[in-house]
Design a protein around this ligand. Structure first.
Ligand SMILES: *[C@@H]1O[C@H](CO)[C@@H](O)[C@H](O)[C@H]1NC(C)=O
Ligand SMILES: *[C@@H]1O[C@H](CO)[C@@H](O)[C@H](O)[C@H]1NC(C)=O
Ligand SMILES: *[C@@H]1O[C@H](CO)[C@@H](O)[C@H](O)[C@H]1NC(C)=O
Length: 409
């Protein structure tokens, strides 16, 4: 008798591959559940003040537009005098997202232009000890996105098979300054191309089997994502194909040893220790536009008219979990405020001697030795050279979900 009660749960889990909506940041609720930095950029040394929530709202640098989308932007109307910084925004989720969660973001516009350095990324409590996942990050006149992991020493980007990711590896050591970086190869992942195309969607799977990042330009967003709604909250990722960047857990990097629960961050800085460097700015087409070739002098100081494109327009950010016990008991879209336990997913329904349902997910890499090697040519605008894509064995990620019912008398 007790067993039959739990059977619908088993079907619900297996039909959705385990992912259920945990929290949605969207529309007038978008700005609930974030910390605002409220200080100058002392992290990447950009020439900006990241405002408090009250100041950002009052200065119209964070608001919901008429389409119902969230805007986060650089101040483009204030005349900034020499030696002062320009105002912008950096927000961090108060929730921490553990192994077993998946994060989707739908954007219409990403900040771009000379000196502009936007990012959507995640971090653990301590940097770099608890790991960093860069999902969207590009600078200046780059025309494509770059993804990366940052860890302590000892984690290198494992390549399982030639079809394991669509992007091109730039750097495979996750413990270096630039991290283990992958250049996006899907079209229209940044700048005008992204905006003109209606934007797009990124998915990040933070899993015991590794970290996997997908990007779809708007016309290619899969129906499993476009169908999501307030009533359709289960996500089936089985038809997504190879990610843009795959960081499988394995001997060269056990992901769960380098990443603790992550907070999601959206920020925009200007210049700083990537976009403002001599190699990235002064020696690029940006440097030739201004009188001095120095990022701060030529771009940040002055009217700000050059920052009309320095804004994020966010349709929604949704987080999912494959651990049903993490779901709030009422609506999945209400505040959860929980750190989901790290480790293998498991659910136990223990109402006095009842069955225990154990859900485990594993990745199986299928052999596919016939593909072409990934080449790393034509990557523009990155710091450092050497696009060294490797892929010898072929293979595609397959997710297997096993459900075991154990009866505890
Ligand atoms: C940056 O500034 C914030 C706010 O003042 C402070 O809490 C933090 O410790 C600073 N970080 C560094 C690396 O200086
Ligand atoms: C990673 O480490 C955890 C715990 O230390 C272990 O359970 C897991 O099997 C390891 N994964 C891989 C791919 O080696
Ligand atoms: C500032 O940027 C917004 C877009 O975020 C644009 O609509 C507006 O025209 C810009 N203002 C100026 C003065 O450039």
């Amino acid at each position: 008798m007790r067993l039959t009660r739990h059977i619908p749960l088993l079907f619900a889990i297996s039909s959705s591959l385990g992912y259920e909506l945990l929290r949605e940041y969207a529309g007038t609720n978008f700005f609930n559940g974030w910390d605002w930095f409220g200080s100058w950029d002392n992290l990447t040394l950009g020439d900006v003040n990241w405002l408090s929530e009250a100041d950002a709202m009052a200065q119209n640098l964070a608001y919901i537009n008429s389409a119902g989308n969230a805007i986060i932007k650089v101040d483009n109307t204030t005349n900034v005098p020499l030696n002062e910084k320009r105002n912008t925004v950096r927000i961090t989720t108060t929730d921490f997202y553990s192994v077993g969660t998946l994060w989707l973001i739908s954007l219409r516009h990403i900040p771009f232009g000379c000196s502009v350095w936007p990012a959507f990324w995640s971090k653990g409590t301590l940097w770099p000890n608890d790991g960093e996942i860069d999902i969207i990050e590009a600078i200046n006149l780059m025309d494509h996105n770059q993804m990366a992991l940052h860890t302590t020493a000892g984690c290198t980007h494992e390549s399982i098979g030639n079809n394991f990711q669509k992007g091109n590896n730039i750097d495979t050591n996750c413990g270096t300054g630039s991290g283990c970086t992958v250049a996006e190869t899907e079209p229209d992942s940044f700048a005008e191309g992204f905006a003109d195309n209606g934007g797009g969607v990124w998915a990040t799977q933070f899993d015991v089997s590794g970290i996997f990042i997908w990007f779809w330009p708007r016309p290619s967003v899969p129906s499993s994502i476009t169908q999501l709604s307030s009533t359709q909250t289960s996500l089936d990722i089985s038809t997504w194909g190879p990610p843009s960047a795959s960081y499988p857990s394995g001997p060269s990097c056990n992901i769960t040893n380098f990443f603790t629960p992550q907070q999601l961050v959206l920020d925009i800085t200007l210049c700083g220790d990537w976009a403002g460097t001599q190699s990235a700015y002064t020696n690029s087409a940006c440097g030739k536009q201004g009188p001095t070739g120095i990022c701060y002098n030529d771009a940040v100081v002055g009217s700000g008219a050059n920052y009309a494109n320095a804004y994020f327009e966010i349709e929604w950010l949704r987080t999912f979990t494959n651990n049903p016990s993490d779901l709030p008991s009422s609506s999945p879209t209400t505040d959860s405020g929980v750190a989901i336990p790290t480790g293998a997913t498991s659910e136990s329904s223990s109402q006095g001697g009842s069955p225990v349902v154990v859900v485990t997910s594993t990745v199986v890499a299928g052999a596919n030795p016939s593909g072409d090697p990934i080449t790393g040519n034509g990557v523009k605008g990155q710091i450092g050279n050497g696009c060294l894509g490797h892929g010898r064995l072929g293979g595609r990620m397959l997710r297997m979900l096993s459900i075991v019912v154990v009866y505890i008398p």
